[in-house]
Design a protein around this ligand. Structure first.
Ligand SMILES: [Fe+2]
Ligand SMILES: [Fe+2]
Length: 191
């Protein structure tokens, strides 16, 4: 599918607010792809599609996962919203023909994971730093600056901020985020 076709399909699935965020992610992903030598069109397509399942209800998410062989872990059982990445990846595979790397970038955009591909890193970062993002959970400007210099440092920075926020606000810290951080620190120290 072309970018425009995907754009139109995603638009039908999302509110204006969420779709504006998705356009921001597509734009930021394209910019990062250019800096870090990733196919810009691929990054843009994944960016626009990454949250396509975000506005399904908890019940719809659980039903979709159950009827499409998507594994639900203990944390997702408590917080079905976390499934929106896995579900969007499945839909993007079936409806848009996304390849495995593109599917993984969608699947892991919320938590990150160990050993991410460059495309996965770009989508993870674009989701958190796109121009429409607001909020005070972390230093947005610093993360935007860092994103132009080093993908790994940006991810470590973001995860550190989320962990600190999670501790202060009694939130669950997803083990995949901890794995992502440990992996990056480990490889950085053993280069
Ligand atoms: Fe998301
Ligand atoms: Fe998002």
């Amino acid at each position: 599918m072309t970018y425009d076709e995907i754009y139109q399909d995603v638009q039908k699935r999302l509110s204006e607010y969420r779709f504006t965020h998705s356009i921001g992610v597509a734009k930021k992903a394209k910019e990062l792809a250019k800096i870090y030598g990733v196919d810009e069109e691929v990054a843009e397509k994944v960016g626009i599609a990454h949250d396509l399942a975000k506005e399904l209800s908890d019940t719809e998410m659980l039903n979709y996962a159950n009827s499409n062989n998507i594994e639900i872990d203990e944390i997702e059982k408590q917080q079905p919203d976390l499934l929106h990445g896995k579900i969007a990846a499945d839909i993007a595979k079936k409806e848009y023909g996304f390849n495995e790397d593109m599917q993984n970038a969608i699947k892991w955009h919320t938590t990150g994971r160990a050993n991410m591909s460059k495309l996965e890193k770009i989508i993870y970062i674009a989701d958190k730093t796109e121009e429409n993002r607001k909020g005070d959970r972390f230093d947005l400007e610093k993360s935007r600056e860092l994103s132009k210099q080093d993908l790994d440092k940006t991810i470590i920075f973001l995860i550190d901020e989320f962990i600190i926020y999670g501790i202060k606000n009694e939130r669950i810290i997803h083990p995949c985020s901890v794995s992502a951080r440990n992996y990056l620190l480990f490889t950085k120290n053993h280069k």
